[in-house]
Design a protein around this ligand. Structure first.
Ligand SMILES: Nc1ncnc2c1ncn2[C@@H]1O[C@H](COP(=O)(O)OP(=O)(O)OP(=O)(O)O)[C@@H](O)[C@H]1O
Ligand SMILES: [Mg+2]
Length: 231
């Protein structure tokens, strides 16, 4: 089981959304995914409830509440025993013992960030924090910055400058664009299953095309992560 974690000190950087997208991409590929809910606001549990209600939850995936150390340990052992292909951990903002444990146990650390000067500062701090922790513990993990909520059209000069600052760090070379399809996942459910229900409805054909594009983008992100992990 490979553990992939989304972290950022900054709230609202797009951690949970990136994780939900990655989960859909893996599940669409037939992989099993354990989701570790390390954010006490429980966005993943809510996601699962909404999805199950809408018939868009992929049974290959399970949410494990892991917002305390003992629960995290239980979740990790339980998921490993059940042989999940991937575990995806959603952290809360800031640093904590729980976050440190998750970071130290991760095979892949993804740092999502928007392209504002404040977000870039926070992403750099987060990245430095992760590297310092890994070095201190003599651990190795793959890392990548993920540009999040990038406008589909032209980016501004300031966003271009922000992207330039990030170019020195390992990063996924395509951004996660600002898309309704991504924002809607939390209520509509897993992207690949939402798309499947839309495709059978002619009235939703145009929307379905947007969802196809969004899912294809996530597929590339999933392939990038799998490739880095040697899966
Ligand atoms: N690529 C995207 N396109 C459109 N909306 C997005 C995208 N990514 C995130 N959002 C929206 O931005 C908001 C914040 O995203 P999200 O909850 O994923 O951030 P977070 O880092 O998990 O926040 P928190 O620190 O509160 O846990 C949400 O309303 C989400 O729907
Ligand atoms: Mg979140």
């Amino acid at each position: 089981m490979k553990l992939i974690t989304c972290c950022s000190f900054k709230g609202g950087a797009g951690k949970t959304t990136a994780l939900m997208g990655l989960c859909s991409a893996f599940a669409a590929n037939g992989k099993t995914v354990a989701l570790f809910e390390a954010d006490e606001n429980r966005p993943l549990s809510t996601w699962m409830e909404n999805s199950v209600e809408g018939g868009t939850w992929d049974e290959r995936c399970t949410v494990f509440v892991a917002d305390e150390m003992s629960l995290l340990e239980e979740a990790y052992e339980g998921a490993e025993a059940r042989g999940f292909d991937y575990a995806l951990a959603d952290t809360h903002g800031g640093s904590s013992e729980l976050n440190n444990t998750i970071i130290a146990s991760s095979d892949f650390l993804l740092v999502p960030t928007m392209l504002t000067p404040l977000d870039i500062d926070e992403a750099l701090s987060t990245y430095r924090y992760i590297i310092e922790l890994l070095v201190a513990e003599n651990l190795h993990a793959q890392t990548a910055i993920l540009q999040q909520r990038v406008p589909v059209g032209r980016v501004t000069a300031s966003q271009r400058a922000a992207a330039e600052v990030l170019s020195a760090l390992p990063q996924f070379d395509a951004p996660m664009f600002e898309r309704d399809a991504f924002a809607a996942m939390k209520t509509r459910g897993m992207l690949h299953l939402t798309l499947a229900t839309m495709s059978s409805n002619p009235a939703l054909r145009l929307m379905a095309r947007n969802y196809e594009t969004a899912l294809a983008e996530l597929g590339v992100l999933g392939a990038f992560v799998a490739d880095k992990l040697g899966v």
